[in-house]
Design a protein around this ligand. Structure first.
Ligand code: ADP
Ligand code: ZN
Ligand code: MG
Length: 479
């Protein structure tokens, strides 16, 4: 048998930090970074005798995520203690949710090769993040930083519905985009605020039961997640083909070698000795609260996509790309409000801006210039102040050293030459230097005109108005 005879099964547990101002059980800031152990208080440092108080915003944000992913919201929910020992967890238990999560039975829809597929969500629950260990470079030990301890998380557990790395990629992008749209998490992967535990198994095609799964914890880059799944599927198929068995265990993915390594045997729920958190009361969610949160949901990507086609006359493809990320979509709308030229803004975002983001591997929300500046740039093209080829250079400049496009073109002397006299001067100069092209044109070779315009653009460093050049060359050539 070969790889084609097997099916890969993947289930993800995504952890996403909520962007509340304060932590889940105390009023410390959730802000990323800071000097170690400065965003802490006796509660999140687990001093004896302190008591947690649940942040209501955390409940609201989690319900919002649940509603945006078609979950059923509980009427009554509670917190539980998940017990384990690790130096970044000073209480030696994490307050999480076990058997009564806030949200259950949802789904996220993805589009695989033009077909819609629903990926089931088992549950979404709230929990606290742990601190961080900083390992000393000289091997003298590890230092504990509790700034992150108590930062609120939602854990979004998917059903084992994913069947390929392509589906995983689409699912993660969709989920991230939903959380960004509803503004409950900033999903900054480099800061670890959107990360996943990845469960992978394989089975022979047609087989009913799932195979034994392995789990890889805390993965925070799309690239590694996809690579790790590919590697694991290959490895598991090989083990089975050789007559071996898969061990249910937790593996560590090593990015450098591109392999997984055994970490520990998988712990069962009973190993965590879950029990209800005695220091917190049950959470009751009224119909009114659910309704109010439902009403507060913003326009979601699908709706925006339809509206872009109708309202702005954009092609379906543009609408899909623009709305795939909230940051891009917001930028498009704000820029268009200024210049009222949706197709040009869309083109700039889809080719120049996304091209730059991909090349530099940065995210849309990290674009350094404002939507207003982009809108102003398009206004400059529409007024004929700059050509579209110069606009590309201005955009590059806006990425590298963000400032008003008007200022950039003044500083660089990039203003388009639209003065008739100046254009004529260039045209005559180019014609004089290229008698062969004149002869070619008169012999019916239309391409010669393109060459001459190109020469004139070169001469003016791309600043001459191309329409005017074209017109004037034709006039001169026909004399
Ligand atoms: P835990 O990791 O705490 O034991 P669960 O039993 O709820 O939690 O399962 C966690 C994840 O494992 C879920 O996302 C689920 O979809 C996935 N999963 C379960 N069984 C399989 C399997 N056979 N292959 C791949 N993923 C699986
Ligand atoms: Zn605190
Ligand atoms: Mg797990």
């Amino acid at each position: 048998m070969s790889r084609e005879d097997y099916e890969i099964v993947i289930g993800l547990e995504v952890h996403s930090e909520l962007s509340t101002k304060t932590k889940i059980f105390c009023s410390c800031p959730t802000e990323f970074g800071g000097k170690p152990n400065t965003h802490c208080c006796p509660v999140c440092m687990a001093m004896p005798g302190t008591l947690p108080v649940l942040n209501e915003k955390v409940v609201e944000y989690a319900i919002k995520a649940g509603l945006a992913t078609n979950c059923k919201i509980a009427d009554v929910s509670k917190n539980d203690r998940k017990n384990y020992f690790y130096p970044d967890l000073p209480k030696a238990y994490q307050i999480s949710q076990y058997d009564m999560p806030l949200c259950e039975h949802g789904y996220v829809e993805i589009e695989v090769n033009g077909e819609k597929k629903k990926i089931g969500l088992t549950r979404i629950h709230i929990e606290e993040d742990a601190g961080k260990l900083n390992h000393d470079d000289y091997g003298r030990g590890s230092l504990v930083d509790l700034n992150r301890a108590g930062v609120p998380l939602i854990e979004i557990v998917s059903e084992p519905d994913l069947r390929s790395t392509e589906e995983v990629d689409l699912y993660l992008k969709k989920l991230k985009s939903i959380l960004e749209y509803i503004e409950v998490s900033d999903c900054k992967m480099q800061e670890g605020s959107f990360r996943a535990d990845v469960n992978v198994s394989v089975r022979k095609k047609g087989q009913k039961e799932f195979g034994t799964r392995i789990e890889m914890k805390n993965m925070s880059s799309f690239k590694s997640i996809l690579r790790a799944i590919d590697y694991e599927a290959e490895r598991q198929i090989e083990v089975i083909e050789d007559g071996g068995k898969i061990n249910q265990e937790t593996l560590r993915w090593d990015e450098v070698s591109g392999k997984t390594f055994s970490m520990r045997n998988k712990e069962d729920a009973q190993d965590y000795r879950y029990f209800p958190e005695p220091d917190l009361v049950a959470i009751r969610i009224s119909e009114e609260m659910k309704e109010n949160i439902r009403k507060s949901l913003p326009e979601m990507p699908e709706k925006r996509r339809e509206r872009y086609v109708k309202e702005f006359n954009l092609p379906e493809y543009d609408a899909k790309v623009l709305t795939s990320e909230k940051a891009l979509s917001d930028m498009f709308e704000k820029a268009n409000n200024i210049c009222k030229n949706p197709k040009t803004v869309s083109n700039m975002i889809m080719t120049d801006i996304i091209g730059y983001l991909n090349a530099e591997e940065i995210e849309a929300k990290e674009i350094p210039f404002t939507a207003q500046q982009l809108g102003n740039l398009v206004v400059l093209i529409d007024k004929g102040t700059i050509s579209s080829s110069i606009a590309k250079k201005v955009l590059q400049e806006m990425f590298e050293n963000p400032r008003e496009p008007q200022k950039i073109i003044e500083e660089k002397g990039w203003i388009q030459i639209s003065d008739e006299g100046a254009i004529k001067e260039v045209v005559l100069k180019i014609l004089e230097a290229n008698p062969q092209s004149i002869a070619d044109f008169k012999a019916g070779k239309d391409r010669a005109l393109g060459f001459l315009v190109g020469q004139a653009m070169k001469e003016t460093k791309g600043k001459a108005n191309p329409q005017m050049l074209n017109k004037m060359f034709l006039e001169e050539l026909k004399k």
